[in-house]
Design a protein around this ligand. Sequence first.
Ligand SMILES: Nc1ncnc2c1ncn2[C@@H]1O[C@H](COP(=O)(O)OP(=O)(O)OP(=O)(O)O)[C@@H](O)[C@H]1O
Length: 364
Amino acid sequence: MASVEISGLRKLYGSVVALSDINVSIPSGTFYTLLGPSGCGKTTLLRTIAGFHSQSAGDISVDGRSIGHLPAHQRDVAMVFQDYAVFPHLSVRDNIAFGLKQRRIEANEIRQRVDQVMEVVQLGKFAGRMPHELSGGQQQRVGLARAIVVRPKVLLMDEPLSNLDAKLRVDLRAELRRIQQDLGVTTIYVTHDQEEALALSDVVCVMEGGVIQQAASPLDVYLRPANRFVASFVGSNNFIDVERSGAEAALKCGSEQILLDLPNQHSGDVVCAIRPEDITVIPGKQGSATDQSEISIPVRIKEVSFIGREMEVFGTTEQGEILKSVSRSDPSVIDLPLDSEAQFRIERHNLSFFEKEALGGRIG
Ligand SMILES: Nc1ncnc2c1ncn2[C@@H]1O[C@H](COP(=O)(O)OP(=O)(O)OP(=O)(O)O)[C@@H](O)[C@H]1O
């Protein structure tokens, strides 16, 4: 088990700033996930920690020891790759033993450690097989076994599940989490799959443009996104412009204004964010909500999609915004005629507010 500190880390590729002043503190044993869209810098950060890239500035320490200047093989970290990266000419057992042989560990100990790790990743009965005789999921278990058998201080994983089919991905991700917890190994994991990040991690670090936008528990990232980018990237969100007039703030809904209580004084442009699952669809035209704890937005039904466990209802406001609601399948809503009137009802405590620009901070 080991803690990881990254301070003032920058990485330039020519004039491209891939990482800009990254500061991260990862306590020992944490499952820490780098999440973000393509090009945000997550792979660059992982590979810089691994020692496959050199940083342009800043440093990385493991358990207080600076490793930023060391070659990859001296860093005491191990990597699991997206494409498995197993040796095709070696059996499962020999693949797993490879790193131990390189470290000149004694044959008896190698046998014991390989047996133990094959047990952990449930590969025992495949010990003699060659990689081409294994499924993708089994090959990735070999990749994982090879990484953990050397008992690294830090385990790095670069989208290890993304080549697997959806069902296997979910099965293997639960297993990954179990294995990581059993071993207690500090893990840094890269993915662009938000569900995977939320399910696996102690800390989710959301990146965009080479900058960390928020690093927090999965629940915090989802329920209390730090800015508009995080609010739109993690889960989905409806954003509606807030109209300002003096001290008053309101959502404009047709000819009506829904007054809002903005939590603190803020003079710039603001958007209101509403999670689709916080919207209840009420068929028909029922006027505005009478209960002060709710708001009610009149819409016309544009589309109703039944997708099994859930149902998506899209409504258009008079201002032309398209709002999405997601709820458990409900027959009264499934039969809503297109273009009919309805109300999208939301409890006020579920409204969030952000500065309008793409990386605009949360203001309540
Ligand atoms: N070798 C390189 N030379 C020049 N620019 C690069 C190089 N590698 C990455 N970049 C740029 O650095 C930025 C970060 O890339 P990186 O691969 O780290 O992103 P990522 O978040 O891992 O994306 P993906 O999910 O697509 O792998 C991008 O703008 C990318 O184009």
